[in-house]
Design a binder for this molecule. Structure first.
Ligand SMILES: [Zn+2]
Length: 192
């Protein structure tokens, strides 16, 4: 039977993980469930693509974090993929934002879905942001703290639901355009 990405969410939220870590440090270790308990302590791999056509799409599949620290090569490759493509300008992407993507990717992998996350927008220079339709003036894309993504076969609303579950920041769902915005800002949700 094929795994169903629209079934229950089984991934530990990053916020919950941090709470668990804090609780553990305080000597109040909480029970953790199965594989989920050490998800965030495992090497963090991401597979992202950019572009609609499989043949020409840019693809990066790397581990960007392991043994408690960023892996420079993997991190840089992801920052490059998440660049402002209009200006061909890459910046340091916020690692927590990569963790949000990692949560989404880990969830796909858990369901045996071996496919990348399609990135529509990552970092945006203010010049590009000002010329992006419906972009917020103070968009977190300009800080490298937001991504717009799509996953073929998984509905944008489902990704939004996962984003809310991860509880890492803002979640914007754009049904007409078929993508979901995720950022590491304040917890908030909206429909675009
Ligand atoms: Zn966005």
């Amino acid at each position: 039977m094929l795994p169903n990405p629209n079934s229950d969410l089984l991934l530990p939220s990053r916020r919950r993980f941090l709470q668990q870590s804090a609780a553990t440090l305080a000597g109040l270790a909480l029970p953790v469930q199965g594989w989920a308990g050490d998800f965030w302590s495992q090497p963090r791999e991401l597979w992202l693509i950019r572009g609609q056509i499989a043949k020409t799409a840019e693809s990066v599949k790397v581990v960007y974090w392991a043994d408690g620290k960023l892996i420079p090569e993997g991190y840089t490759a992801l920052c490059q993929l998440l660049r402002d493509v209009q200006l061909n300008l890459a910046v340091q992407i916020d690692p927590v934002t990569l963790d949000i993507l990692r949560g989404v990717y880990g969830w796909l992998r858990y369901f045996g879905i071996d496919q990348p996350i399609t990135v529509l927008s990552g970092y945006r220079h203010p010049y590009t942001n000002a010329r992006t339709e419906r972009a917020a003036l103070n968009s977190l894309h300009m800080l490298g703290q937001a991504v717009d993504i799509r996953i073929p076969g998984v509905s944008a609303s489902r990704i939004a639901q996962l984003g809310k579950y991860l509880s890492a920041g803002g979640v914007g769902y754009y049904p007409a355009m078929g993508f979901t915005h995720l950022d590491r800002g304040k917890l908030r949700t909206w429909v675009g």
